[in-house]
Design a protein around this ligand. Structure first.
Ligand SMILES: [Zn+2]
Length: 555
């Protein structure tokens, strides 16, 4: 007898959906039911953080917790009324449910919160980064909190009534909710004020308001900043540049997710950086990032705006350090093995090396960072005059750290081989991450050795710095991207060093030994713009000597 699949699915439907859901439901009832469903099943991280912030100690704290929970229910229903209209209610609800299921997974698995740069990261990510995050738990969240409730929603027959009835029922819902909110908040107004002041991130855990708000604010910010204003058009080479007997070849290596305290040159107990330790580098120990994620840190470090004044909108509405160098006459090239330069190199030459299929440097998933040096000699031959090359690493990007290095570079063992970090021990996670640092050590060493081969022709120099750090399970946090003010130091403390050829040092008038006396001074991404201008002998009215890391060590 042939197997009849349609018969089977019909009977499954009959039993699972019980027929009742095929019945009609008023738009108002649907709004309340959806709001309650979202509060109950997508806000575990919100309630967990809430209970941590307000321990259940007495009747007052219990009453306050109940008040916040009901407030969330009311605010959600107010939000949902905006799209519960004929034709759009179901498709938007499906999008909200699927998005909320994904957000719930990432909040609970990695302790992240959802804000507009997180949405920006999601939108600006590439397929490889997405693949690295997929796992069975995420699939379970999507199926049980995304797909199944969506099917139920599609089955319901929503009753909207006439336009007049719709307006009346929405006004009734709004009126009721606003009165109820006033009643709930009034007795606790002081508690609410201090709670939201001290727990800004909890707001960003309340689903679905968090990602709806973040998505709207992201698109609002991006659409507004399409015009890029030129900066530093007065940039030119200064008198020190004339002292150079050879053209300058300068490399800026932008690392990815490398945290300073896992570098043995910064005192880490495992030998993660044995090769660069042998190079004559000037290594700074206290440097901090501008943001806690690539989409913020990369444009910010190349901006003349300091962290306190930087915003995505401001950053994207003006040119970057690379443009200023170009204005002064430098040839500038950005080579990328990451997910783009986030707009900062839009007006200079750009090479995406992520998809080169060079067998010794790439596998069928990705290329290792040494791809950034592939055919680089040929490349610089085609650049005129003084040259700046930015090499943007894939570095230590997680959670699949084990994918960032070939098998023979698995130095620290055992390693975590899941992208679901919670399934691994602390030691396995750290080992996998430390192998990525060891890989970066080799790449940086190879880059310095390459620069040495160019030192007969050029005055060569290099800066290495990471875009941000990484949480590896400290305080229950993983990965990065926490809002800056509450982000742990592991996500902000970054490695930073200089390497100069002898002739570069001599003809730039820099005193290396003097710089060595300053390596414990605190610096940040704010210093990069002005320090690079200074190192490359570029004068412009934008230059701020107080942010120049080498100013006191000029001969
Ligand atoms: Zn990054």
């Amino acid at each position: 007898m042939a197997f009849d699949l349609s018969k089977l699915t019909t009977s499954i439907e009959k039993y699972i959906f019980l027929g009742t859901l095929k019945k009609e439901m008023s738009a108002t009832k649907f709004t309340w039911a959806l709001s309650l469903w979202l509060v109950l099943f997508y806000n575990a991280s919100f309630f967990k953080s809430l209970c941590k912030a307000i321990p259940l100690e007495n009747i007052e704290s219990a009453a306050f917790l109940i008040s916040i929970s009901l407030l969330l229910l009311l605010l959600n229903s107010l939000l949902l009324t905006i799209f519960v209209f004929p034709k759009i209610a179901k498709p938007i609800t499906v999008i909200v449910l699927i998005s909320a299921s994904i957000a719930a997974y990432f909040m609970s698995a990695y302790g992240i919160v959802i804000h507009h740069t997180m949405i920006q990261n999601t939108i600006e990510t590439d397929i490889k980064e997405v693949r690295a995050l997929l796992n069975s738990t995420l699939a379970t969240y999507i199926i049980f909190l995304g797909v199944i409730p969506s099917v139920l929603v599609i089955k319901i027959r929503l009753q909207f009534g006439t336009l007049k009835q719709q307006i009346y029922s929405k006004l009734k819902l709004w009126g009721f909710s606003l009165i109820a909110i006033t009643i709930l908040v009034a007795p606790f107004s002081a508690d609410y004020a201090s709670f939201f002041r001290n727990n800004k991130n909890i707001r960003e855990m309340a689903s679905p308001a968090n990602f709806i708000y973040a998505t709207i604010s992201y698109f609002f910010a991006t659409n507004k900043s399409s015009v890029v204003a030129p900066i530093g058009e007065d940039a030119k080479l200064n008198a020190q540049a004339a002292k150079h007997t050879k053209p300058i070849l300068f490399v800026v290596v932008v690392g990815e997710t490398a945290r300073a305290d896992h570098f043995s040159i910064n005192g880490y107990h495992k030998p993660t950086t044995p090769l660069i330790a042998q190079q004559d580098i000037i290594n700074y120990h206290k440097v901090f990032s501008c943001g806690t994620e690539t989409a913020v840190s990369v444009p910010c470090m190349f901006s003349n705006l300091t962290r306190k004044h930087y915003s995505d909108k401001k950053g994207k509405s003006q040119e970057s350090l690379l443009d200023v160098l170009k204005h002064s006459g430098y040839s500038v090239l950005w080579r990328d093995n990451n997910s783009s330069c986030k707009g900062t190199c839009n007006r200079v030459e750009y090479e995406d090396l992520t998809n080169l299929k060079i067998p010794e440097l790439c596998n069928n998933r990705e290329c290792f960072d040494n791809i950034l040096l592939h055919d680089i000699d040929k490349k610089i031959d085609h650049m005129a005059g003084n040259k700046v090359i930015v090499l943007h690493q894939k570095g230590s990007h997680g959670p699949d750290y084990y994918n960032r290095y070939p098998e023979n570079m698995e130095i620290f063992k055992p390693v975590c081989k899941f992208n679901k970090l919670q399934d691994c021990s602390n030691e396995e996670i750290n080992n996998a991450f430390d192998n990525t640092i060891r890989m970066t050590d080799q790449f940086l060493n190879d880059t310095i050795e390459w620069l040495k081969t160019q030192s007969n022709t050029y005055n060569t120099g290099l800066i290495y710095l990471s875009d941000h750090g990484e949480s590896l399970g400290e305080k229950g946090l993983y990965l990065h991207g926490m809002p800056y003010l509450i982000a742990p130091i592991e996500q902000k403390h970054i490695p930073f060093f200089f390497w100069f050829s002898t002739n570069f040092e001599l003809e730039s008038g820099i005193n290396r030994e003097c710089l060595r006396t300053q390596v414990n001074t605190e610096h940040s991404h704010d210093n990069l713009f002005h320090t690079v201008l200074s190192l490359l002998n570029v004068s412009t009215s934008l230059y701020k000597p107080e942010l120049d890391m080498i100013i006191d060590c000029r001969k």
